[in-house]
Design a protein around this ligand. Structure first.
Ligand code: DGY
Length: 323
């Protein structure tokens, strides 16, 4: 079988893929994304495609691959870059990398929350200047996390791992907004589901977005829904940028409808340096580093290799999406 890999993988996974003698490998050996034209040309005739979240796998890419494509394996848990109806229609399997990135993503979420609540962006900027001044009781006062009402949008693996860590901060309440009830997690984490978004937002001090980007969640947080945020609330997004309307977020942060925001994901990515959100002291932006630890990236790449190999050899994928 012929496999296309659209990027250089982490060292161990790369070695594993290269030493696989049963396959013929076509690879874009770069840390930068494979250009679209190159992808459309190199995908022709492959049995499996090992891709990243920067590669759009739509009907055009699947058509370019031709009838032999059996599996698409992405080095990510999110798969909004893959057009799943096209894959389902052509009986092509989809492999993803759940579980192995849960801890890294949850840890980053907590880090971003702490950094946003305690104004790291302003503090780091001031520390490099002569405006530092003498210690003073009013200087850069942020917001305590302990005792706050916390709410998680999306209560899957990552949402629950975040909730587990948030418990250490003794929240007054821990709620979640999700299309489905999670009774086990409710019991073990002491969480309550609030299915009505305005009620969820208006009772939450710290809103953390961990859900998938789907047609239902695209633009979920916009000028209308942002009206329900509590004053001085903190919004954290480590899921997908498209869940939040960034122009509306800018207005909400300027007007004080939302107190502060920490974003690890944006729409688009890379986020333009000229976007006005960068100018706000109460908006901390990271360049999508939720899963960025070397051990995590190795584990993700390894799982993606296992998925693509299983797919081309007609075996069950270790981690697949039900299409
Ligand atoms: C994923 O796997 O979907 C993450 O966004 C990568 O960090």
């Amino acid at each position: 079988p012929r496999i296309l890999c659209t990027r250089l993988l982490t060292p161990l996974a790369q070695r594993r893929l290269e030493s696989e003698t049963r396959i013929s490998l076509v690879q874009w050996r770069s840390e930068a994304p494979m250009p679209r034209a190159e992808l459309l040309s190199q995908i022709q005739g492959v049995d499996g495609a090992l891709v990243l979240l920067t590669d759009k796998i739509d009907a055009e890419a699947v058509d370019a691959a031709g009838p032999g494509l059996k599996v698409v394996s992405t080095v990510s848990v999110g798969y909004d870059h893959v057009h799943t109806p096209t894959l389902a229609q052509r009986n092509i399997k989809l492999g993803i990398t759940p579980d192995v990135l849960t801890d890294a993503s949850a840890e980053l979420t907590l880090g971003l929350l702490l950094a946003t609540a305690r104004r790291f962006k302003e503090a780091m900027a001031i520390a490099k200047t002569d405006n530092w001044g003498a210690w003073n009781p009013f200087f850069l006062t942020g917001s305590l996390i302990r005792g706050k009402s916390m709410g998680i949008i999306g209560f899957g693996r990552i949402g629950q791992a975040v909730a587990e860590r948030l418990r250490a901060f003794h929240p007054s309440t821990l709620n979640y907004y999700s299309p489905s009830q999670k009774p086990d997690a409710e019991r073990s984490l002491g969480a309550t589901r609030i299915q009505d978004l305005p009620s969820f937002l208006s009772t939450t001090d710290i809103v953390i977005v961990t859900c998938k980007l789907t047609n239902d969640t695209r633009g979920l947080l916009n000028s209308e829904t942002m009206k329900h945020f509590k004053k001085d609330s903190i919004l954290i997004n480590t899921a997908r940028g498209g869940i939040i309307n960034h122009d509306d977020l800018y207005s909400a942060l300027v007007s004080g409808t939302i107190g502060a925001a920490g974003l690890d994901v944006t729409d688009p990515e890379p986020f333009p340096a000229a976007h006005p959100l960068h100018t706000l002291p109460n908006c901390l932006i990271l360049p999508h580093i939720g899963s960025a630890t070397m051990e995590t990236r190795e584990a993700m790449s390894d799982l993606a290799v296992s998925n693509v190999l299983a797919g081309v050899f007609g075996e069950e994928l270790p981690a697949s999406v039900k299409l």
